[in-house]
Design a protein around this ligand. Sequence first.
Ligand SMILES: Nc1ncnc2c1ncn2[C@@H]1O[C@H](COP(=O)(O)OP(=O)(O)OP(=O)(O)O)[C@@H](O)[C@H]1O
Ligand SMILES: [Mg+2]
Length: 577
Amino acid sequence: MSYRDRSRGGFSSRSEGSSRGRFDRDQGGAGGRGGFDRGGMMDRSSRPSLKGTQPGQNLRKPRWDMSRLQKFEKNFYKEHPNVSRRSPSEIEQFYEANQITVNGKSIPKPIFTFEEGNFPDYVVNQIRKNCWQSPTAIQSQGWPVAMSGLNMVGIAQTGSGKTLAFMLPGIVHINNQPYLERGDGPICLVLVPTRELAQQVQQVAQEFGHTSQVRNACVYGGAPKRPQIKDLEDGAEICIATPGRLIDLLESNKTNLRRTTYLVLDEADRMLDMGFEPQIRKILEQVRPDRQTLMWSATWPKEVRKLAEDFLHDYVQVNIGALQLTANHNILQIIDVCMEFEKEDKLVKLLTEIMQEKENKTLIFVETKRKADDISRRMKRDGWPVICIHGDKSQQERDWALNEFRSGKTPILLATDVASRGLDVEDIKFVINFDYPNCSEDYVHRIGRTARSTNTGTAYTLFTPANVKQASDLISVLREAKQVISPKLLQMAESSRSYQGKSRSRWGGKERGGRDDRGPSLRDRDHSVGGRGGRGGSTSGYRFAMCSSCLTCWYITFELIKDNSIIFTPNDHYDGA
Ligand SMILES: Nc1ncnc2c1ncn2[C@@H]1O[C@H](COP(=O)(O)OP(=O)(O)OP(=O)(O)O)[C@@H](O)[C@H]1O
Ligand SMILES: [Mg+2]
């Protein structure tokens, strides 16, 4: 296949109107998250008025009378004799070797092999078909906890098999409950943030549930309701749902959660963040309080921990890897510190090299939907085999794009954060962050689309001075994964450290008015008087200033400004690394 125009800088004819749309970011920004019936992908500009249409406003919170609720069993765990025999020091060694940290009461010991899980045959046979060698660390510890009926939080690296960690105990849980009767809703509810993830989790539910005739329904926006309602009415024991559509079906009485006793929040930190939290609250009110609740993610920022406790009460926490923000160690992380205007050339060069590789499946992340459309259109024009996915595409287009990419027919997928969580495409070899994400958790999830299971992968990130707020967090992630750290990045972090310490906010825009307050366009070479960054309206902050020694070097310096006077100007010329 030949691609036109690769050596040329950037892509052909920059289209008009491709300016950074502050409000068309997928999943990004405070308040722009969440959305209704769009799997969390609705942007502010097109969001319907909230007046009188709060999600779930017609849902009444049931008054749970625990003495009248039918009892149910949630502990099905039988410890294998091998596990019982294991000494505390052996367990300690296992924890250390696998970097497992556990917290909570009555925590069962981990299992070392699939056999030790004591799963019923209908599950074991299916595991065998996959020819996996052993449980992953999160499965080793997560299965015994989940099978014991305990509430839990499971945090483990991207691609480490968390889906199966909650799905297998869920299937066993269902098989130990009375059959559904006409009018009953699901026994197991899995809430996820995006439609594509819902479909993917459904495939796992299907693969491992069909041997025991456990049925499922996948409920998400953008697709006709009727078939989804039919699946629920036909007696789906598992319902995998995005919150908006589920609330819709609950409000219209098409289903109910009276039988739900096993509740999963996949990508739990995302589900509990500001966009989804009200919807999650509404849904969880409909589920009996003595249910088993399980939350899973690769990241667990402190902002959501407290909130999670509202829904979990007593719970066990299982952490794999370092307790800080951690990327999958099978990913080679390369950070290219550059200027905004250099990005397109860099992307072309990178893709030219990547496309010469035999395994070249590449996922590129950009910040906004408009930019995704714009860049993919120009790439296509230049002959690149690229396809685009974001929240303003129809569901049909989204499904088609993902299928083309999965099957390898189109090896480059250009996406917004709609594709950053949970997606499991086995052979993605490269992730490129054309734009740096809004928060460091998103960085970890995005690059985690490569190196799934036992595979390895490479992540390239273009990091500009506009991303400086994120430099320290990024360095911590790189350091933890023992990656080479560019001196440019270190220097950037150093320059901004004192400012950043005061203003860090996971939600990016909330405290500081969004990413667009980052200062002037950095393409403009006259940086001597930069726009004011920092806290809007205050007399303190920072501004960008170009190196005054040569006026051309890449390094953007900072002036920290307090009460209108410059207190810090690390105005050093930098030769580059
Ligand atoms: N024990 C195992 N050994 C090897 N591969 C496994 C094992 N369990 C699951 N897998 C495979 O690992 C891949 C990643 O699994 P999964 O999508 O559940 O990861 P995850 O931990 O949920 O990642 P993310 O945080 O990105 O959502 C899947 O293709 C799955 O089939
Ligand atoms: Mg997952």
